[in-house]
Design a protein around this ligand. Structure first.
Ligand code: KG4
Ligand code: ZN
Length: 360
C-alpha cells in the first residue's frame, strides 16, 4: 500500500479515498462552471457563469465568443469557488476537467487551465468526458446501483445507453440528426420565445392543448433504436407558416403538441431499449434520465408513469445538475479517482468523444 499526502492510498487492486477534494471545470459549451466536492459527495462550492446573454441575440451559441468568455471568467470562478469552499488551492487533490466532446475552443480553455493548475500545484489531472458527467451525476444524489439504463437528453445529445459499470457504456441508440434539446430550442426560436428554448416551451405548454396539432414521430418502428427530430422541427415550422396570425393560445398549443410528441417518441424508445436491457440485466430495475432536457417535469412524469407499470423506477438529478454544471465533472473525477484512474498531461482536448470510446 502506498500512501501520499493527499489522502489517496493505493495498492495494486484498490484505491482508498479519505477526505479527498476534487475541483471540477466545465467549459464545453456556453457555461463556464467550477465546482469543488469532497469524497463524501458534499458540494463545497458550485459556481456557474452562464453566457446566455452574450449569445441570445444570435439565437444560438457562437463558438468564438464562448471560448473568449471562458478565458475571461474561468480564473475568477476558480478563485471564487476556492473562497466559497473555505479551502486553499493546496487542499485540492485533483483537477477534473471536461476533455470533450464540445465546442473545441471552450474545451481547450478548460483543459489547458486544468493541466496547468495540476502541473504547477503537483495535483492529479483527470480529463472527463462531458457525457460521462451527465451519465454519472444522478448517482451523486440518489442511491443507484450499476447497471442502469440511461437516457441522456441535452442540447447536443440524445442517446440511450446501458451503463454497466464505471467506464463500461454501450450505446443502444442515438439521434441521427438534431438532439431533443436542440429541437426545443428551434421551436422556441420559430415562435420567438427566446433562448434557451426548453424551459420556455415547457412553460407555454402548460397552458396549451397537447392534441391541438398532430406532429410526426420519425423512426417510430419496432427494432429502430435511433432518434430523429429534424422532421418534427420542420413540421412545427410548416404549421406555424400555415397560421396567419399566431395568438398566445396558438403558441401554447404548438408548444404542448410538440412537447407531447417528443415525450411519446422518448417513451416508445425507452420501452424498446428496456427489452434489450432486461434481456442482458434481468435483475436491474433502474432507469435514469439526465442532461438538460431531463429538467422537463412533464417528460419526467410521463416516463416515470410509463416504466413504473413495468416494474422500473425512474431516477433523475436535481434540476440544477441536469443542465451543464461542474459538479458533475468533479463527481465523475472523484469516481475515477476512487477507481485509480487518472489522465496524463498529454491528454488532447476532443470536439467529438463518444461515451463508448472512453479508455482508462
Ligand atoms: O445539458 P445541457 O445544459 O447542455 C448540453 O450538454 O447540451 O442542455 C441544454 C439543453 C437546451 O437545449 C435546453 O433548451 C434544454 O437543455 N432544456 C430543456 C429544459 N431545460 C433545459 N428542455 C426541455 N425542458 C426543459 N425544462
Ligand atoms: Zn451537457
Amino acid at each position: 500500500m502506498n500512501n501520499n499526502a493527499n489522502g489517496i492510498e493505493s495498492c495494486s487492486k484498490c484505491v482508498l479515498i479519505i477526505n479527498v477534494i476534487v475541483l471540477g471545470i466545465e467549459t464545453s459549451c456556453d457555461e463556464t462552471a467550477v465546482a469543488i466536492i469532497n469524497s463524501n459527495n458534499q458540494v463545497l462550492s458550485n459556481k456557474l457563469y452562464s453566457q446566455i446573454d452574450l449569445h441570445k441575440k444570435f439565437g444560438g451559441v457562437v463558438p468564438e465568443i464562448a471560448a473568449r468568455s471562458h478565458v475571461e471568467f474561468l480564473p475568477h470562478l476558480i478563485e471564487e469557488a476556492i473562497d466559497d469552499a473555505k479551502i486553499t488551492l493546496e487542499n485540492i487533490d485533483a483537477i477534473a476537467t471536461t476533455g470533450g466532446p464540445g465546442l473545441i475552443g471552450g474545451v481547450i480553455v478548460g483543459v489547458m487551465y486544468g493541466k496547468t493548475l495540476a502541473s504547477c500545484m503537483n495535483k492529479k489531472f483527470i480529463a472527463i468526458n462531458h457525457l460521462e458527467g451527465h451519465a454519472l451525476v444522478p448517482k451523486m444524489t440518489e442511491n443507484i446501483e450499476y447497471p442502469y439504463l440511461l437516457l441522456l437528453v441535452s442540447g447536443g445529445h440524445c442517446q440511450i445507453v446501458m451503463i454497466e459499470e464505471l467506464g463500461k457504456y454501450s450505446i443502444i441508440g442515438k439521434t441521427i440528426d438534431d438532439a431533443a434539446g436542440e429541437a426545443f430550442d428551434k421551436v422556441a426560436k420559430l415562435l420567438n420565445l427566446g433562448y434557451p428554448g426548453g424551459p420556455i416551451v415547457e412553460k407555454y405548454a402548460k397552458k396549451g392543448n397537447e392534441k391541438a396539432f398532430e406532429f410526426p414521430k420519425p423512426l417510430l418502428k419496432n427494432g429502430e433504436h435511433n432518434f430523429s427530430f429534424s422532421g418534427l422541427k420542420t413540421a412545427v415550422r410548416n404549421q406555424i407558416n400555415k397560421l396567419e396570425a399566431i395568438s398566445e393560445q396558438d403558441k401554447a398549443d404548438i408548444c404542448a403538441s410538440f412537447q407531447y410528441t417528443v415525450s411519446e417518441i422518448i417513451n416508445y424508445k425507452i420501452l424498446q431499449a428496456l427489452n434489450l436491457f432486461s434481456a442482458k440485466f434481468p435483475d436491474s430495475k433502474n432507469v435514469v434520465i439526465s442532461g438538460g432536457v431531463a429538467a422537463n417535469l412533464y417528460l419526467r412524469q410521463k416516463l416515470s408513469e410509463n416504466i413504473k407499470n413495468l416494474g422500473y423506477k425512474l431516477f433523475y438529478p436535481p434540476i440544477d445538475l441536469c443542465t451543464d454544471n461542474a459538479v458533475m465533472i468533479a463527481y465523475a473525477g472523484m469516481e475515477r479517482l476512487k477507481n485509480g484512474y487518472y489522465s496524463n498531461l498529454g491528454f488532447e482536448p476532443k470536439s467529438r468523444w463518444n461515451l463508448d470510446e472512453i479508455i482508462y
